[in-house]
Design a protein around this ligand. Structure first.
Ligand code: FE2
Ligand code: FE2
Length: 342
């Protein structure tokens, strides 16, 4: 099997692996299939649950091509801005009070979605009730949420791009920030997929959630982009809260398997995690800061007019005065008011 495996192309290996895996799930009496399956995917052969927290994942079967004749490396299109330890630790849970009817609509929609997601992922964070969140449950929640979180930036960026084309007007810098937001969320997802692999049920749920959310957000953004940015601002408040709770759990000894866990390579490279700060806890701090940054960006964009320049990429007349930027240096948890930045 080893010699034949060596002669198989990676894509063919993947396909055979998939067929073998399907066969394994369909029948427990397929000894031959089990044998080829375990030879192709040795560390995943004992999987029987819908959701596994094994170290090896399917991502390993889609590695970036190595040793190409001309290309040395493909760096990220949006390198992550640097963040100091002090800045990461300063991130806080916050809530921007609703001020208008559209704020209330956005906030209540988020609360409703959160209720549904909590129910689906088995999430509960109430110290008065028996404690039920484990490492595995946190990962299920993270993965599900990150597959949804990458949608708004891409849809918003795409619609602003199309708007600029059809109106033949400039966009004033919003598109890139929105696409970067989506890219950053996808990096969160890819990082967690290095730690756990969703099973078929979870994949089905992700497919359904994307179908509904992507189309819903698309039409909502066409009708009222402001309310959509506010909605994402509130969604990111919840994301910041979720990662803060996970860090709290880790610190209070409720997640022993993560105490010595090192962050995956993909994360160390993307966040430029310094030597000695490459643990799971460090990773959660970086991701929480990203969510807080999205919270700031979307609450701010919701305060602006569609034609305003993007304050996160603008050059300011007085650079000594704190202003929005790509990093978390002057992060404002409730967003910047229009009169402060434009
Ligand atoms: Fe995220
Ligand atoms: Fe986010």
């Amino acid at each position: 099997m080893n010699s034949s495996r060596a002669t198989l192309l990676p894509s063919l290996t993947t396909n055979i692996s998939r067929v073998a895996s399907k066969g394994l799930y369909c029948s427990t009496a397929t000894t031959g299939l089990r044998a080829s399956y375990s030879a192709l995917r040795p560390l995943a052969s004992s999987r029987h649950r819908n959701f596994s927290t094994s170290q090896k994942t399917q991502l390993d079967f889609f590695p970036p091509p190595k040793n190409l004749p001309n290309i040395k490396i493909t760096p990220p299109s949006w390198p992550h801005p640097p963040a100091s330890e002090e800045q990461l630790n300063k991130i806080e849970v916050a809530h921007r009070e609703t001020r208008t009817l559209s704020d209330s609509v956005a906030y209540n929609t988020v609360r409703f979605l959160r209720w549904g997601t909590d129910l689906f992922t088995g999430y509960r964070h109430d110290p008065n009730k028996p404690y039920i969140m484990s490492e595995r449950k946190w990962l299920i929640r993270f993965i599900f949420l990150e597959t949804v979180a990458g949608v708004p930036g891409m849809v918003g960026g795409m619609l602003r791009h199309l708007r600029s084309l059809r109106r033949m007007k400039r966009d004033n810098g919003w598109i890139e920030t929105l696409l970067e937001d989506a890219y950053n969320e996808r990096m969160h997802l890819l990082t967690f997929l290095k730690m756990a692999e969703p099973g078929w049920f979870m994949k089905l749920m992700i497919l359904g959630a994307q179908g509904v959310f992507c189309n819903g957000f698309f039409f909502a953004y066409l009708i009222n982009p402001t309310i959509c940015h506010r909605f994402v601002g509130y969604l990111e408040e919840e994301a910041t809260k979720t990662y803060s709770y996970a860090i709290e759990d880790l610190d209070s000894g409720k997640l022993p398997a993560w105490e010595t866990l090192q962050a995956p390579d993909i994360a160390v490279k993307y966040w430029n995690m310094p030597e000695g700060h490459q643990t799971m806890r460090d990773l959660l701090l970086y991701i929480r800061a990203d969510e807080a940054k999205h919270r700031e960006i979307h609450h701010t964009l919701a305060n602006l007019k569609a034609e305003d320049p993007n304050p996160f990429v603008s050059v300011y007349k007085d650079p000594t005065k704190p202003h929005p930027g790509p990093s978390i240096e002057h992060i404002k948890s409730k967003g910047w008011e229009r009169e402060d930045v434009i």
